[in-house]
Design a protein around this ligand. Structure first.
Ligand code: ZN
Length: 178
């Protein structure tokens, strides 16, 4: 039975790191991906990247299946976008590491991306809509970039101030309980 891991909240140095590629997809990587999926579903979210649970390696899990549809988990090792469309679109984004903050972010509408699947096989895929959005957001995490880095400095600072308050609140509760 795989259990979930705590999700880091911004600002955190580990969320600003460029993550290292995986050399070999072995059992420990597969276990980590399963742990990330459990963590993502429990949150709940539609994507999670390694650094969000303090693992500074190029690992991503995604499930953009619609509510009511069967789950469609994706496990991506070393994902890279190989092509961006010229057309961009605006979509509201949030992040498990920046809870309850949503901003419109402009990004390319479609992408092609490569990755290793959980058997270590190289795959290529094209995506649009929510998946294209999610892939770009998660790969950003692997490069130490958060979605609030794509909005104005004013909005970014508002979000970070809110997160600092949230973290202080959570730390306070922990102290009281201990
Ligand atoms: Zn995120």
């Amino acid at each position: 039975m795989v259990s979930s891991a705590p999700i880091l909240i911004a600002p955190d140095r580990r969320l600003k790191t460029r993550c290292k590629p995986i050399d070999e997809v072995d059992d420990s990587i597969r276990r980590r991906l399963d742990e990330m999926l459990v963590t993502m579903y429990e949150a709940p979210g539609i994507g999670l990247a390694g650094p969000q649970i303090g693992d500074e390696r190029r690992l991503v899990v995604i499930d953009v299946a619609r509510e009511g549809d069967p789950p469609a988990p994706m496990k991506l090792v070393n994902p890279e976008v190989t092509w961006f469309s010229d057309e961009t679109c605006l979509m509201s984004e949030g992040c498990l590491s920046i809870p309850d903050v949503y901003y419109d972010v402009k990004r390319p509408e479609r992408v092609k991306f490569t990755y290793l699947d959980e058997t270590g096989t190289e795959r290529e895929q094209e995506a649009d809509g929510l998946l294209a959005r999610c892939i770009q957001h998660e790969i950003d995490h692997l490069n130490g970039i958060l979605f609030i880095d794509h909005v104005s400095m004013l909005k970014r600072n508002m979000a970070l101030t809110k997160m600092k308050k949230l973290k202080a609140q959570r730390a306070g509760k922990r102290t009281l309980r201990d």
